[in-house]
Design a protein around this ligand. Structure first.
Ligand code: NDP
Length: 277
């Protein structure tokens, strides 16, 4: 039942000027904040993840697809969870293969707005045993492959004045790592690449950031023996090896609207392992 109350108003001189009946229920509805009002829908983006067939890339693809984005992931094997979007076969050491994959992603999902350059390889050897082929191959995938991806997606991002680029580097980019001169050099190169792009692309609304994971539980680190694994954990302040979701959550943040004012940053996701570098 409506509660109605009659109010008399007086003007500034104290002379009664008007009388109205007010519907109190309607008045309260109009003046209370509407707690049921939905939050604004996050914008759904066209996302491309390299190296999405397993490990960190698969977790990133899955997390962003679950968040409603239109995701394409690429890898040499071209496998991927169907729920994590389109799985494309592509070798990032081959320029034409990258261009074709980007074209296919754009046809299905729209021009790529978010690039997560995650694909990477290792070929660990001490320097005196590391031949030029091993050095060049790791650089060609991890660093030049990332360059190829950026070249293929940057045009529409810059034209549309919106884009997010995230490179997956490594804690060893800063600390160095015996037996990983090729890998550490490639991952350090990503930082210089990202910071240059942050400066070039920033005025067009495109951010470019680097995530530097520590030890993350994936196929890449599966070969560590138990002893080595225990030694590693001892050196991590948070006392555990990281999960793929630790990295995926950071990618999600950087590529969301909440990450809009972050560019040229190197964000460690390493349990504190790399503190001080
Ligand atoms: P995985 O070895 O599990 O996965 C690597 C991914 O890259 C796979 O999907 C692989 O797919 C793809 N890939 C490799 N080479 C190519 C290529 N030429 N073209 C296209 N895709 C390629 O690695 P992680 O998930 O562990 O690592 C992901 C990234 O994170 C890498 O860049 C790695 O250096 C970095 N990182 C990982 C850490 C860890 O502890 N795991 C720590 C720090 C950094 P396919 O074989 O099908 O081509």
């Amino acid at each position: 039942m409506n509660q109605t109350q009659v109010f008399s108003f007086t003007d500034g001189l104290g002379i009664e000027s008007d009388t109205i009946a007010l519907d109190l229920d309607a008045f309260h509805r109009a003046t209370q904040p509407d707690t049921r009002r939905a939050l604004p829908e996050p914008t759904r983006r066209s996302v491309l993840v390299s190296g999405g067939s397993r490990g960190i890339g698969a977790a990133v693809a899955s997390r962003l697809a679950t968040g409603g984005h239109r995701v394409a992931n690429l890898s040499r094997t071209g496998v991927g969870d169907a729920a994590a979007g389109l799985a494309l076969t592509c070798d990032i050491t081959d320029t034409e293969s990258v261009q074709l994959a980007v074209k296919r992603a754009a046809t299905d999902n729209g021009p790529v707005e978010v690039l997560v350059a995650n694909a990477g390889i290792t070929d660990d050897k001490l320097m005196l045993r590391m031949n030029e082929e091993s050095f060049a191959n790791v650089l060609d995938t991890n660093l030049t492959g990332t360059y190829r991806l950026v070249k293929a997606v940057a045009g529409p991002m810059l034209r549309n004045r919106w884009g997010r680029i995230v490179f997956i580097s490594s804690v060893v980019a800063m600390s160095g790592s015996a037996g990983q001169a090729n890998y550490a050099a490639s991952k350090a190169g990503l930082i210089g690449l990202a910071r240059s792009l942050a400066r070039e692309f920033g005025p067009r609304g495109v951010t470019c950031n680097v995530i530097a994971p520590g030890f993350i539980d994936t196929a890449m680190t599966a070969d560590l023996g138990d002893d080595r694994r225990n030694d590693v954990v001892k050196s991590i302040p948070l006392d555990r090896i990281g999960t793929v979701d630790d990295v995926a959550a950071t990618v999600e943040f950087l590529t969301s609207d909440a990450g809009a004012y972050i560019t040229g940053a190197v964000i460690p996701v390493d349990g504190g392992l790399g503190m001080g570098y």
